[in-house]
Design a protein around this ligand. Structure first.
Ligand SMILES: CC(C)(COP(=O)(O)OP(=O)(O)OC[C@H]1O[C@@H](n2cnc3c(N)ncnc32)[C@H](O)[C@@H]1OP(=O)(O)O)[C@@H](O)C(=O)NCCC(=O)NCCS
Length: 165
């Protein structure tokens, strides 16, 4: 069980994603990313892979958020992060990011990357506030032609962008 860093008022816990969570996570995935949802099998494969770290936010028995990262050598990648719309703005996204940063650094990563749709301003805002900066743009990356922004955050203590707040 992970240490939760969620505000006490949120009545939620953050814990590692298990095989038992995958169906609920996949249901959330289908509603959040109808055009690009991962298949169920991908979540099963991801959480069993030793280079991956996945968490969920559970509130009153319901999975309300989930996130995961891949960590290989000195570079980690956020694979996915999502919070159900009715639970946005309660710090869950930030708490899961914080966890993935700590976990990736513990595994030896010096930087963490992610990609985000150019039209997803809410997610970009979350990433900027938590130390990420844009390093690249992949034109027309998504199925509907929207660009992907590649963002990076340093995980080493003395680098610019390593800290937030
Ligand atoms: C993007 C997403 C994960 C954010 O999750 P969230 O739980 O709402 O995020 P948080 O509540 O932790 O952070 C957002 C809020 O906290 C603030 N915040 C977050 N980190 C902060 C920080 N380090 N310092 C100050 N403020 C911060 C933000 O300004 C924002 O404030 P608001 O509620 O007034 O808008 C969520 O909106 C989502 O799942 N969207 C749909 C799926 C998606 O787009 N996923 C990302 C794909 S790349």
């Amino acid at each position: 069980m992970l240490h939760s860093e969620l505000p006490a008022v949120a009545h939620a816990i953050m814990r590692e994603m298990t095989l038992h969570d995958v169906e609920a996570v996949h249901t959330a995935e289908l509603s959040l990313f109808p055009a690009d949802a991962w298949p169920l099998e991908m979540f099963f494969a991801e959480i069993q892979h030793p280079t991956r770290a996945y968490v969920v936010i559970e509130k009153e028995g319901e999975i309300v958020g989930y996130a995961g990262a891949m960590c290989i050598a000195d570079t980690a990648d956020i694979q996915t992060i999502a919070v159900l719309p009715q639970y946005e703005g309660q710090g869950y996204g930030r708490a899961m990011l914080d966890f993935l940063h700590r976990e990736s650094a513990q595994r030896g990563a010096q930087r963490i990357l992610l990609e985000v749709r150019a039209d997803n301003l809410r997610a970009q805002n979350l990433y900027h506030l938590n130390g990420y900066r844009q390093i690249h743009c992949r034109a027309g990356y998504y199925n509907d032609g929207v660009d992907a922004l590649i963002m990076e955050k340093s995980l080493t203590l003395n680098s610019p962008g390593a800290t937030h707040d």
